[in-house]
Write a protein that binds this ligand. Structure first.
Ligand code: ZN
Ligand code: ZN
Ligand code: ZN
Ligand code: ZN
Length: 344
């Protein structure tokens, strides 16, 4: 019980200082760096306390439960906490991660002990870069390797990720850190382009599905997590490849001038496959578009409105309409895109 409460306080305060650091970043970089460093220290202590609360004390052998409850004790310094995490808790830190943490701790001391005027522009930039290297690793720890420990803080972590996505210095540090992942994706045949959101060259495009009428592409930015998808559609008149983005996209084919829209593509598709299925179009349970814009696509079904790829189409037990991405069981009561279900 004491253990749980103790860890909970450490996590809450770590996230509090993390958010504070972000909000102060432009207005007061000095205080922001101190907050980052405090957030780091508390995050590491939360992990250490997960093994035992007394490990956070400067001298665990003298640790008293009463002091842990009141918070009235001298705690181990950040370097010692890292040493204990490695030696006792068997935590493995990446070299660059540990270097970033040590660097932030060192700079924090310099910032706290010396006057603002002594900090040169270059030094300030180094502080920012160091802080963001540490921030990147901290955020990864909380949301990935230590996600079990932080599982009750999902909302706070989500809020942090949203803020971090808009911080260019952070994104640049993350780009450096994920370079091996980008190289791996390229080796596997993916294309890497500039992301439409953060502008960095970190958007990985992969083929999600193929059909005689075109290819569905997924674009995933490994830095800011922006996700996008589009269809490379082979024009039914002239076979020229055109980009179709869904969501009401309507344009002329770049070669023959024929109209390309969700309507024209689904008409084309149903004419093409008329012998095999008359009623091959269905509604999409995800975007709930009021027209049947889901077409058979390769082995799956593609919604031409939201470009979601569904693996099933099932018929509503109440109105009999086909719905993609739908579990028809119980739909007699719950209904579907086109009906409200039945009251009994
Ligand atoms: Zn991005
Ligand atoms: Zn054409
Ligand atoms: Zn849809
Ligand atoms: Zn229905």
């Amino acid at each position: 019980m004491v253990q749980d409460k103790f860890i909970s306080h450490l996590k809450d305060n770590s996230l509090y200082f993390f958010e504070k650091a972000m909000s102060l970043f432009n207005e007061d970089p000095k205080l922001s760096a101190v907050c980052f460093s405090t957030a780091l220290e508390l995050m590491l202590k939360a992990r250490l306390a997960h093994d035992h609360w007394s490990l956070v004390f400067d001298k665990p052998e003298n640790a008293k439960l009463e002091d842990a409850k009141s918070g009235d004790f001298i705690s181990a310094g950040p370097r010692e906490v890292i040493r204990r995490l490695e030696g006792i808790s068997n935590v493995i830190f990446l070299d660059e991660e540990k270097a970033a943490y040590f660097s932030l701790i060192k700079r924090r001391n310099a910032i706290v002990h010396f006057s603002e005027e002594l900090i040169t522009k270059e030094e300030r930039e180094r502080i920012i870069s160091t802080a963001y290297q540490a921030v990147y690793h901290m955020h990864e720890m909380m949301s990935d390797s230590w996600s079990d420990l932080f599982s009750d803080k999902k909302r706070e972590l989500w809020r942090l990720s949203t803020v971090l996505k808009n911080f260019q210095p952070y994104l640049k540090q993350k780009l450096k850190a994920i370079k091996p992942k980008l190289d791996e994706a390229k080796k596997a045949g993916a294309t890497v382009t500039n992301c439409s959101r953060c502008g960095l060259k970190s958007a990985v495009s992969t083929k999600a599905a193929e059909d005689p009428c075109g290819t569905l592409i997924y674009v995933n930015c490994l830095v800011c997590s922006e996700f996008d998808n589009y269809l490379i559609y082979n024009c039914h008149n002239c076979d020229t490849q055109n980009i179709f983005i869904g969501e009401g996209d309507s344009k002329e084919c770049t070669s023959c001038g024929g109209i390309l829209s969700a309507e024209s593509i689904s008409d084309d598709k149903s004419n093409f496959d008329r012998d095999t299925f008359e009623d091959d179009l269905s509604y999409c349970i995800l975007c709930e578009h009021h027209e049947k814009h889901v077409i058979p696509f390769g082995d799956d079904f593609l919604c031409l409105n939201c470009l979601e790829l569904h693996d099933t189409v099932e018929f509503c037990e109440n109105c009999g309409e086909p719905n993609a991405g739908f579990d028809a069981e119980g739909s007699i009561f719950s209904g579907c895109v086109m009906c409200e279900g039945r009251d009994f």
